[in-house]
Design a binder for this molecule. Structure first.
Ligand code: ZN
Length: 361
């Protein structure tokens, strides 16, 4: 693997003056190549008809690296052509092979800094008035369950969110260089959403597993999380601000479809507007009370997830499903079987109430 170096090192080696003069020659570099991994070679078109042949040799690569250069120009060494070759070579350096993404590197740096920094991290005085803040709107989509949508929202003088001005999803860049309306407490949330981006739509984010539950908890703690009572965040009515509530007891109910098939659904007592069944634990959000909290369930999240993925079943199939459940998962609720007692029988002869006839003229 060739030597890796930075623009700052090029300036240290050749001097700012030479690097500045090299600026016009960077595009005149051709045939740039690495020789034996420690020598950079190339041709640089100068003032003479024949391009200059330039070599830069790297020494002490492992620590305190330095370079020697050779050039066929009258100057001979440490010339602007060598500087131009080095600057052009920066673009040819291999990308990190480990594939560590920039946002992860940034997070690691931030994490390290937070751990090693002295405890004197004083809060900056709020001299500038914040006009915008990040708002998290959780909407229950028709398909694929609840998703999080981000908004750059307008903030009133009391610090509360007034209007959801613009949908915003520039999370990747914000992790590297946060815009002004993204504050410190948003960053771990955005990191969590980004690293586990399972959103079904561009600009939306899903929540899954224990990480999803942790992110959700942090998100609600910001006071800028909302639940949309409607299925689409675009026609969300008035999103309801969320706050932490007590945990609710959960149960499985059998939801009847118009074609008489049934499927298992999770319900809370009392019922809540949005249930997140992919997080661990599952969470509820209520668009009336604004409460949000975990759901108490006697089953593990994985067991529940597999169970809720059951396709809709007919009442005839319910007997078979019930039998299998009793065998392999006796603690899960059985589907309703044919229940004759619940069918209302009308034991009477129908009699007409409206008669139609042709009028004589
Ligand atoms: Zn030269």
């Amino acid at each position: 693997m060739p030597v890796s170096y930075t623009r700052k090192q090029v300036t240290d080696w050749l001097g700012a003056h030479t690097v500045a003069k090299a600026h016009d020659y960077v595009n005149a570099v051709s045939d740039l190549r690495w020789i034996r991994n420690d020598t950079l070679g190339g041709l640089v078109q100068g003032t003479r008809p024949r391009p200059y042949d330039v070599r830069v040799y790297f020494h002490d690569i492992d620590e305190d690296m330095w370079v020697e250069s050779e050039c066929t120009c009258p100057v001979g060494s440490y010339c602007k052509h060598a500087a131009a070759l080095l600057v052009a070579g920066l673009a040819h350096l291999p990308q990190p092979v480990s594939g560590v993404r920039q946002e992860l590197v940034t997070w690691l740096e931030g994490f390290r800094a937070a751990r090693t920094a002295p405890v004197t991290r004083s809060k900056k005085p709020a001299t500038t008035k914040t006009t915008h803040a990040l708002a998290y709107v959780i909407a229950n989509l028709y398909r694929g369950g609840p998703e999080i949508f981000l908004y750059k929202a307008r903030v009133g003088t009391d610090g509360r969110i007034r209007a959801f001005d613009d949908p915003w999803d520039n999370v990747e860049n914000a992790l590297v260089k946060p815009p002004k309306f993204v504050v410190e407490e948003d960053l771990p949330i955005l990191r969590g959403l980004w690293l586990d981006r399972s959103g079904k739509y561009a600009g939306s984010f899903g929540l899954q597993g224990t990480t999803g539950a942790t992110v959700l908890e942090r998100l609600i703690a910001t006071g800028r999380a909302f639940v949309s009572p409607m299925a689409s965040p675009m026609h969300s009515g008035e999103p309801c601000a969320l706050h932490a509530g007590s945990s609710l007891h959960g149960k499985i109910a059998w939801h009847s479809l118009p074609d008489t098939r049934v499927r298992p659904v999770l319900q809370t007592e009392p019922p809540a507007t949005v249930l997140l069944t992919a997080t661990q634990p599952c969470w509820y959000l209520d668009a009336q009370s604004g409460e949000a909290g975990p759901i108490d369930l006697p089953w593990s999240a994985m067991q529940l997830g597999e169970f809720l993925a059951m396709p809709s079943i007919t009442l005839d199939e319910a007997a078979l499903v019930g039998k299998v459940l009793q065998e392999v998962a006796p603690d899960l609720p059985l589907p309703p079987a044919h229940d004759v007692a619940r069918v209302q029988v009308i034991d009477a002869t129908p009699t007409p109430r409206l008669s139609l006839d042709t009028r004589t003229t």
